[in-house]
Design a protein around this ligand. Sequence first.
Ligand SMILES: Nc1ncnc2c1ncn2[C@@H]1O[C@H](COP(=O)(O)OP(=O)(O)OP(=O)(O)O)[C@@H](O)[C@H]1O
Length: 380
Amino acid sequence: MIRFDSVTKTYADGTTAVEDLSLEMPRGQITVLVGPSGCGKTTSLRMINRMVEPTSGRILINDRDVGDRPAAQLRRSIGYVIQHAGLFPHRTVLANVMTVPRLLGWDRARSRAAAMEAIEKVGLTAQQAGRYPSQLSGGQQQRVGVARALSSGPELMLMDEPFSAVDPIVRAELQDELRRLQDELGITVVLVTHDIDEALTLGDMVAVMRYGGHLAQFATPADLLARPADDFVASFVGKDRGYRALGFADVQVTPRHESTVRLGEAVPAGSGWVLAVDDTGMPLGWADARSWGGPLTEDRVRRFGSVARRGDSARNLLDAALSSPSGRGVVVDEDDGGVVGTVLADDVLDALATSGAPGGDAAHDPERSGADADRTVESP
Ligand SMILES: Nc1ncnc2c1ncn2[C@@H]1O[C@H](COP(=O)(O)OP(=O)(O)OP(=O)(O)O)[C@@H](O)[C@H]1O
């Protein structure tokens, strides 16, 4: 656990970057510091590993004041990842990753083994380990930065805008990987970003900071969205926070039965929207059989917007329903990807409305279940 105890930082020119910050970042979780440019995020982060010294107050890691530990030794025990990875251009990936273990005084063989293990953990290959940074993509370079931070097996990793310089698709991949790594390794992560979406996606806890290094709110993503402390936080998390909050809402929605049609099977005209699947039962899309009938061919099938998995958040279930041409969101099994059934937007909204109620079974409106038969298309 990292504790900030009334920490203030005033730089030599009189700028107060952080003022009276008190905060507890839980062990084994991801805490995100988020806020507009210049609000003191980086300064706060760097005070944890003593790259910046507080003017007053204390920072404790597992109840030990970082100020009592030699700065260089402290820094080596904490992984540190920055925006452009900060790799040595004339060293191979492996040599870059080995830097930290070597600095810790480990011998070459042990450093190499630790580096290769870290390289593998972040999804890079042995072949890529032999390349130079310029021979890798931006996303891969960032992975090397993470591997280097992990190479000494730290309990704590500090990340300063680690994914800001890569394109959105790679960024989403790296975010997923960070979550996976963190689940697997159980390390404590403190991450700085100016991007509220990234904060809400990655953070177990999110500290929203405002200019002058003040803490506006420290809460879980769900709480930030549902109960922003003030107008600043509300506007920072965005106008669509109601919809975003659905991403954190667990709802009990039982998918409705949905008949499926394989390619080549005959569909009677007037069947309405039918759900097409491949030979293994994987969903392919919807075919509009309101005024057409005949053997189902691939060109009749319209792809989905999105598909939800059983047990997904309300947001994903709703998104599946709203993006489906039939209005029925396809729910698939989380393991084998096969069709479990479908949900209507109303099913999700009803479940949400009752989710706070004890024994939230009231979501399953008997009248609506009765309507199932009208809606369901039987496969011929
Ligand atoms: N070495 C320094 N000397 C003087 N002022 C500094 C120094 N470093 C940062 N500052 C100032 O302290 C304030 C907080 O800066 P900091 O970098 O911590 O903010 P930030 O939230 O990380 O911003 P950004 O997202 O733009 O990096 C800013 O006003 C900045 O100009």
